[in-house]
Design a protein around this ligand. Structure first.
Ligand SMILES: [Zn+2]
Length: 430
């Protein structure tokens, strides 16, 4: 009983401090927004990450900053629990890169200056997702100030590259960073979100020989005798096969929380040929594949390769020069490819139930549990078998938009919910 009273007391002191010192939350968010970490072009996060690392260390974290790309860095660290071996650990994750500014003239305020109007806070990234990162750093600061020692470990990853399909989170998880549960604070308007997966791919048609434009006549006319084809003119065989498969997937596959047909195959970009003096010897199609949480990248890419290869084999010209495939990549900027694995939510997990409880205690209602129409780094946790949810402040309509906004009251609610959850989860015995 004594333990319970102590816990209630700690919780109340922390919740009170979150309200009383909210100017500190604003100050942190103001700092974060002022760093111009737009991606693309990216390569501009070394300074913000140094700031984040400093904030973590002041709060007692052992933190490390490692280079990622030139002038881009990853920061991660741990606040070691008082009895970590016997208690549950939690990993919080956020990205500090922000979406590119496409409509600068539509902004009423400077996007890199935090502006408050009543409950509304404006600035690039406040919703996606410097708001959540500010809440995390604010919470760490208060834990230190109130001298609260968690039994279990609390980890934080401040990543970059999320906006450009760059694998910041994947890199840290591949290095072995792990926990019993993870919360990715990306934009979800305080819903628990899973997501479908995304993989991009290139499908290439390549002719074994390159021909001068003057040979076209013998490729086309009756009796011409030259068995060769323009790869630009043959790409429709591939596109038609993809459309048939997309339709088949829409009819035959489903997953709870997704409107039927969300599993699309988008022929997004095409390039080919040399110039008008040649017959096109090569054509490359860049596609985006969306798939459901119960599917794998290997599974869906095999299906696509089988469908496209079968269509090519049925084509008298293509059967001797079958298409080749290249899937995914670590960066849309460097190798023109990306992967976002899916994230399924197991609603029966103790951590999910506890987080629900914290949400309900603060807001008086159950959280919505749904599937994001977008993708974030949440999928990498599923990929590395770490149970996780995407759960953060800010609305999807605000993410990437001009005059990006988040509500101060929602940031305070979010901080209180995460604070309550951290106290509960990191006190759970293993
Ligand atoms: Zn985001």
């Amino acid at each position: 009983m004594k333990g319970y009273e102590a816990m209630t007391d700690i919780r109340q002191r922390l919740q009170r401090a979150i309200d009383e010192q909210k100017s500190s939350l604003l100050a942190i968010l103001q700092q974060l927004v002022a760093f111009q970490t737009v991606s693309p072009p990216a390569r501009n996060t070394a300074d913000i990450q140094a700031y984040v690392k400093q904030q973590m260390e002041q709060a007692g974290f052992a933190a490390k900053q490692q280079p990622f790309y030139e002038q881009d860095a990853l920061v991660s660290g741990k606040l070691t629990g008082a009895d970590a071996i016997n208690h549950r650990s939690l990993l919080l994750n956020g990205h500090v890169d922000v979406a590119a500014l496409t409509d600068l003239d539509k902004w009423a305020t400077d996007p890199f200056q935090l502006v408050q109007q009543d409950d509304q806070l404006y600035g690039r990234g406040v919703s996606d997702m410097k708001g959540a990162v500010a809440c995390f750093l604010y919470l760490f600061q208060l834990l230190k100030q109130l001298d609260i020692h968690l039994p279990g470990d609390l980890l934080f990853q401040s990543v970059v590259g999320e906006e450009a399909g760059e694998a910041g989170t994947k890199t840290l998880l591949a290095q072995g960073e792990t926990a019993d549960f993870a919360v990715v604070g990306d934009t979800s308007n305080l819903a628990f979100q899973g997501q479908g997966g995304v993989v991009t791919g290139w499908i290439t048609l390549k002719s074994p020989h390159t021909y001068h434009d003057g040979n076209r006549v013998n490729m086309m006319r009756a009796g011409g005798g030259l068995k060769a084809a323009s790869m630009v003119e043959k790409m429709p065989v591939v596109i038609e096969a993809l459309q048939k498969l997309e339709h088949y997937w829409a009819v035959t596959k489903q997953y709870p929380g997704f409107p039927a047909g969300t599993n699309t195959i988008n022929p997004a970009y095409i390039e080919g040929g040399i110039h008008p003096a040649f017959v096109a010897n090569e054509c490359r199609l860049w596609i985006t594949v969306h798939f459901y949480p119960d599917e794998t990248i290997d599974g869906v890419t095999h299906e696509i390769e089988a469908a496209v290869t079968a269509a090519a084999k049925a084509d008298p010209w293509l059967k001797d020069m079958l298409p080749t495939f290249s899937w995914g990549g670590d960066s849309m900027l460097v190798d023109k490819g990306e992967i976002f694995p899916p994230l399924a939510i197991d609603k029966t997990l103790p951590a999910v139930l506890l987080l629900k409880q914290s949400h309900q205690r603060q807001l008086g209602v159950q959280p919505a549990i749904n599937m994001s129409t977008s993708v974030s780094d949440g999928g990498w946790f599923d990929f590395y078998h770490i149970p996780a949810v995407t759960y953060g402040p800010g609305e999807m309509e605000q993410a990437h938009s001009d005059n990006e906004m988040v509500r101060m009251s929602q940031l305070l609610d979010y901080t209180k919910i995460i604070a309550d959850f951290v106290l509960n989860w990191c006190a759970q015995p293993k």
